[in-house]
Design a protein around this ligand. Structure first.
Ligand code: ACO
Length: 470
C-alpha cells in the first residue's frame, strides 16, 4: 500500500509501521473505542474540574484521543496508518471533509492550495512591520489578519455573520445565583431543536466558509516561512507549484528543494500535529467562532493560545534542555538533580496520555533515522535525547505515568531540517490549522455560543465610599 509519493522513503514507512506494531502489542486486543460513540441526549452530566477539566463542550466526529491506551485517530483513521501511507494534503482534506479525497478531489484540492500559497499582498503588508524584531507567533497572528483582508478584500457582505445563528448570544442557561451541587454542577442546557445545517460550501470571499479554511491551510505555511526568512534579514521565497505542501514549506524556509527524506520527515511531523481533541488552542478557536466572528479571527486566537509554554512552546525548551545537559554521559546526573529539585522535564508528561504518546512513538524513531550520520552537534542531541528518554521513563513511568510527549523529539526533528528553534511553535500552527478549521466548521453547523459560568466567591453588600473618603 506504499504510496507512489513515498517512494524514496520506504524506510520511513517501515519505521512508522514498526512503531505502530509496538504500540498495538502493548495495547493488546482490548477494544478501546468509547462505549457511547453516538450522539448524546443533551443536557448531559459530567464532572468538571478547574480549567474545565472533564467538561464535555460539544460532540465531534473530527478526531479521537484515548490517553490510557495511547490511541489517536482522525475521522476514524489511526494516526499511524495516516503517517505511513498518507500525506498532509490528504489528512487536512480528511479532517475538513470527513472522508479521504478520491484522486480527482485531491487534484482539485492541491490546485487550490497551490493557488492560495501565493500571498503577495499579505506578505507586502507583513513586511511593512518590523517582523524581524517581533515574536514569531505575534507576527504569524498579525499575518492571519492580513490574510483575511486579502481574502475578503473589504468587509463585504459575504464576510458578515448570519444573524439567524445569533440566538441566545449572551444568556446564561443556568442563572448565576444557582448553586452548584455535586455532579449536578455540570448540567448544561443545550439547544434541543436541531437547526438547519449552515451552508459552509460558500463562495470565495466568505471569511467563515470552507474556501477560507483552504486559504488558511495553504497560507499559514507561507507566512511562517516568510517570518523565518525576514527574521534572518532575508527576503521570502515564492512557493513552487510543483512541490507538495511539506516540500514547499521546507523550500520556502530553507531556500532549497528538500530531499525526498526531508520532505517525508516534515510531512509526517505535520500529519502528527494536525489535530488533538479539545486542546487549549482548538477550544480558543471554537470559542471565538461561536460568537460568529470569522475563521481568520478564530485561527488568530488559536495561534495566540498555542504560543504559551504550557501548550505549544515545550519543544523549544526540550532543545535548550538537551543542549544544557551537554551529552549522553551527563544525563544520569542531570536527571537525578532535576528530580530532586522537582523540575518538570520538558517533553515529558501529558494531561491526557498516561502512556506513550503515539506521536512520540513515531517522532523518536524518525529523529533517530534522520540524524544517522549527520553532523556531530545534531548526533549529540539525538544521543542525549535517547538516554534522557530511558532515564526519565525508568524513573517516572511506573509511579507517575510520565512518558515522552509529542514535543520531546519534534525539536530534534526540526533542528535536523535546518529550522530555527524560534520557528518551532509557528510550525505547530502550520499543521494544527487543519484541526482548528475542521473543528470550527463542524461546530458552526450547529453553533451555540460558548458561555460557561464562574462560581462567585467575592463579597456582597459593599458600601460605596466617595473617592476622597477612601
Ligand atoms: N517531569 C517530571 N515530573 C513530571 C513531569 C515532567 N515533565 N510532568 C509531570 N510530572 C509529575 C508532577 O511533578 C506531578 O508529580 P507529583 O504528583 O509528585 O506532584 C505528577 O507528575 C503529575 O503532574 P501534573 O503537573 O499534575 O500533570 P498535568 O497533567 O497537570 O500536566 C503537563 C501535564 C503540563 C504536560 C506536565 O506533564 C508538564 O509540565 N510537562 C512538561 C512540559 C511539556 O512537555 N509540555 C508539552 C505537553 S504536550 C503539548 O502541549 C503539545
Amino acid at each position: 500500500m506504499n504510496s507512489a509519493r513515498h517512494q524514496g522513503s520506504t524506510e520511513i514507512t517501515n519505521l512508522i509501521l514498526e512503531a505502530a506494531a509496538r504500540a498495538r502489542a502493548e495495547i493488546g486486543d482490548i477494544d478501546h473505542k468509547p462505549a457511547a460513540a453516538r450522539s448524546a441526549k443533551w443536557p448531559i452530566d459530567c464532572k468538571i474540574g478547574p480549567g474545565l477539566e472533564g467538561a464535555i463542550a460539544c460532540e465531534s466526529k473530527v478526531g479521537y484521543v484515548n490517553g490510557t491506551a495511547g490511541l489517536l485517530s482522525y475521522r476514524g483513521y489511526d494516526v499511524f496508518e495516516l503517517c505511513a501511507y498518507s500525506t498532509y494534503e490528504e489528512v487536512s482534506y480528511l479532517l475538513l471533509h470527513g472522508h479521504l479525497p478520491n484522486p480527482a478531489q485531491l487534484v482539485e484540492y492541491e490546485k487550490k492550495l497551490a493557488r492560495y500559497r501565493h500571498m503577495n499582498k499579505t506578505l507586502r503588508l507583513l513586511m511593512s512591520f518590523p517582523v524581524e524584531h517581533m515574536n514569531a507567533m505575534a507576527a504569524l497572528r498579525m499575518g492571519t489578519i492580513f490574510m483575511r483582508q486579502e481574502f475578503t478584500y473589504v468587509d463585504q457582505e459575504a464576510a458578515k455573520p448570519d444573524l439567524s445563528d445569533a440566538i441566545s448570544a449572551d444568556e446564561d442557561s443556568i442563572g448565576m445565583e444557582t448553586k452548584p451541587s455535586g455532579d449536578k454542577k455540570a448540567i448544561y442546557e443545550f439547544r434541543k431543536k436541531k437547526k438547519k445545517p449552515r451552508k459552509v460550501d460558500s463562495q470565495l470571499g466568505d471569511a467563515s466558509g470552507l474556501e477560507a479554511c483552504y486559504h488558511l491551510i495553504a497560507g499559514v505555511p507561507t507566512l511562517t516561512a516568510a517570518i523565518a526568512r525576514i527574521r534572518q534579514g532575508l527576503m521570502p521565497y515564492e512557493p513552487l507549484n510543483d512541490l507538495s505542501h511539506a516540500g514547499n514549506l521546507f523550500y520556502m524556509m530553507n531556500g532549497r528543494r528538500p530531499t525526498p527524506i526531508e520532505e517525508r520527515v516534515l510531512d509526517v511531523a505535520l500529519i502528527l500535529h494536525a489535530d488533538h481533541g479539545m486542546n487549549a488552542s482548538t477550544f480558543a478557536s471554537m470559542v471565538v467562532a461561536s460568537t460568529l466572528s470569522d475563521i481568520y479571527f478564530s485561527v488568530g486566537s488559536g495561534i495566540a493560545a498555542l504560543n504559551g509554554p504550557l501548550h505549544g512552546g515545550a519543544n523549544e525548551r526540550v532543545l535548550h534542555t538537551l543542549r544544557e545537559i551537554g551529552g549522553p554521559k551527563q544525563v544520569r546526573k542531570w536527571v537525578k538533580k532535576a528530580l530532586a529539585e522537582k523540575l518538570k522535564i520538558p517533553g515529558f508528561g501529558h494531561r491526557v496520555y498516561k502512556t506513550y504518546d503515539p506521536r512520540a512513538r513515531v517522532l523518536g524513531p524518525l529523529a533517530q533515522y534522520h540524524c544517522l550520520g549527520c553532523r556531530a552537534e545534531i548526533q549529540n542531541l539525538i544521543n542525549t535525547a535517547e538516554v534522557l528518554e530511558r532515564e526519565v521513563v525508568s524513573s517516572l513511568a511506573t509511579e507517575k505515568q510520565i512518558f515522552p510527549n509529542v514535543d520531546f523529539y519534534s525539536g530534534v526533528v526540526y533542528t535536523r531540517l535546518g529550522i530555527d528553534p524560534a520557528m518551532f511553535t509557528p510550525l505547530f500552527a502550520v499543521s494544527r490549522v487543519a484541526g482548528w478549521t475542521a473543528r470550527v466548521l463542524e461546530y458552526m453547523r450547529n453553533n451555540r455560543i460558548f458561555r460557561p459560568r464562574a462560581l462567585y466567591t467575592g463579597k456582597f453588600d459593599q458600601e460605596y465610599k466617595p473617592l476622597d473618603e477612601r
